[in-house]
Design a protein around this ligand. Sequence first.
Ligand SMILES: [Zn+2]
Length: 84
Amino acid sequence: MAARDRYSRKLECARCRNEGFAEVSEADDKRLKDPDFKVDFLPAGFTSERPSRDPAKHMIRCRCGHVFAFKQKSHYAPGGDPRR
Ligand SMILES: [Zn+2]
C-alpha cells in the first residue's frame, strides 16, 4: 500500500460564511493520475454532495444549500498543510 497524505483544509461557504476545517487524505504519490482523494471528516454544517476521488470534483454542500467544489479558492499552498 502506498502511503497516504493526510491534511486539513478550511472550508468556507461563500454564501452564509459558515466555515470549519475538513480532514482529508489522498495518495502521497502526486504522480498518480488518481489521487484517491477521500474526505475523512467534515465540520458541522457541511456534507458531501457528490463524493469524488478528485478534490476538484468533490462537491460539498453547506447547510444553507450552497454547493461548491472542495478544491476551489485555496487558502493555502497547493496540497494544503501536510500533517505528519
Ligand atoms: Zn452556506
